[in-house]
Design a protein around this ligand. Structure first.
Ligand SMILES: NC(=O)c1ccc[n+]([C@@H]2O[C@H](COP(=O)([O-])OP(=O)(O)OC[C@H]3O[C@@H](n4cnc5c(N)ncnc54)[C@H](O)[C@@H]3O)[C@@H](O)[C@H]2O)c1
Length: 386
């Protein structure tokens, strides 16, 4: 415990989805330990969740404001180092802002905030604070996505022609919010989720995945948001066509009413010399098809032992021992925690920097959502992105 980083969690109470995943990921490499939390909007439920996690009752807080101000008062050696925010989207901005203003580093889940204005303001707060801020765009943590990035950025595929992500889920193809399913309720209500539902929930991952792998900047956008379940208040499906710099064509197709689909994220990128395909349901393989020569399949742990530039390829096990979602999440944490440990030890960052999504990625995601909504309401076929 002595050398471990200490973190507090906001949200992630009993029965929540992603909070427990964050706890596993944050602690997978033995670099951090949960010391406090405000796990629910209800103090009684927060207390019950904290007790289940074995926390000191004095550090299970009734709300996030009390948690941040109380932790601030503790001696440096026992107070938390960073805050993890895993609440619904409308409760990202305020806890993140208050945490940063009180000197705590932040890990926050996506989308960054509920509105673009909040995102821009949070970017300013991060800058002013000089503190670390990670945004958990999970898919950037997969070893094979890192390999895809290397192949694209090293020029191995040649000039890029086409980039696309399809992200298909089926869990909203019935009407779960009608029967009070918690995760569906807040995700389909603009007061909690923001201007878009499905596009914000999974479309931001798709946009970030293309951006992480290719580094390309969006120039123009043409989007359509659909609501297939007639009782639903917001989008549950969407298609976005994109024009990236240098005329690269892009497409993002997302749906949460793709009946039977689980979490089918597929990235495809095609260049003049070859194309690649990665699917998160088979995350330890990366298919590369060459214009000349046979198709190749890269595999985690066998064909990828290092990544150009000194980046960690992100696998922990020998080949043939599948790694997945938790490990991808943990790769984001590992980079963030290493950055924080280095900072505490007065070490300078490695030459290639640290490899985790930042507040800037979050602002880009919120801008993407803003433009998707604008385009889907516009008469014009294309609108500019800048
Ligand atoms: N990176 C990913 O792959 C990924 C996956 C799922 C969810 N998410 C994101 O994580 C966030 C949470 O999603 P979820 O599916 O876990 O939601 P959830 O509804 O399962 O959990 C939300 C948690 O926040 C708590 N909460 C609500 N108000 C609170 C408050 N005022 N103070 C403290 N706690 C409060 C709830 O009690 C609950 O424990 C969302 O922003 C979502 O977009 C990201």
């Amino acid at each position: 415990m002595e050398n471990k980083l200490k973190y507090g969690m906001i949200g992630g109470g009993t029965g929540s989805f992603i909070g427990p995943v964050h706890r596993m990921a944050a602690e997978l490499d033995g670099m951090a330990q949960l010391v406090c939390g405000a796990f629910s909007s209800d103090p009684g439920r927060s207390s019950a969740s904290g007790k289940e996690l074995g926390l000191d009752p004095a550090r299970i807080y009734p709300d996030f404001r009390t948690m941040i101000t109380s932790e601030r008062e503790l001696p440096e050696e026992s107070r938390m180092d960073f805050v993890v925010i895993v609440t619904p989207n409308h409760l990202h901005y305020e806890p993140a802002r208050i945490a940063l203003e009180n000197g705590f580093h932040v890990v926050c889940d996506k989308p960054l905030t509920r509105t673009l204005q909040e995102a821009v303001a949070l970017g300013e707060t991060v800058k002013k604070s000089g503190l670390l801020f990670a945004l958990t765009h999970t898919y950037t943590g997969y070893p094979m996505v890192k390999k895809a990035r290397e192949l694209v950025r090293s020029g191995a595929l040649g000039r890029i022609h086409k980039v696309m992500v399809t992200y298909l889920q089926g869990w909203l193809s019935s009407y779960p919010e009608g029967s009070g399913q918690k995760q569906a309720l807040w995700r389909t209500d603009p007061r909690y989720t923001g201007k878009t539902s499905t596009m914000g929930d999974i479309g931001t991952h798709a946009e970030n995945l293309i951006s992480y792998v290719s580094g390309l900047k969006i120039q123009e956008i043409s989007a359509q948001l659909n609501t297939l379940i007639k009782e639903r208040k917001m989008d549950d499906d969407g298609s976005v066509m994109l024009r990236y710099e240098d005329g690269v064509a892009g497409a993002i197709l997302v749906s949460q009413v793709a009946t039977g689909e689980e979490n089918n994220v597929t990235l495809r990128i095609y260049g003049e010399k070859g194309g690649l395909e990665w699917n998160q349901m088979e995350p330890n393989s990366l298919i590369v098809r060459w214009e000349e020569g046979p198709m190749e399949v890269y595999r985690t742990g066998v064909s990828v032992r290092s990544i150009t530039g000194g980046y960690d390829p992100g696998n922990r096990l020998p080949s043939g021992h599948p790694e997945g979602f938790i490990e991808a999440f943990a790769n984001i944490y590992k980079q963030f925690e290493q950055a924080l440990l280095d900072r505490k030890a007065g070490k300078s960052p490695p030459p290639h920097g640290y490899d985790f999504p930042t507040v800037e990625d979050g602002i880009q995601g919120m801008k993407f959502l803003e433009k998707v909504v604008e385009s889907s309401r516009s008469e014009k076929k294309w609108i500019t992105f800048t």
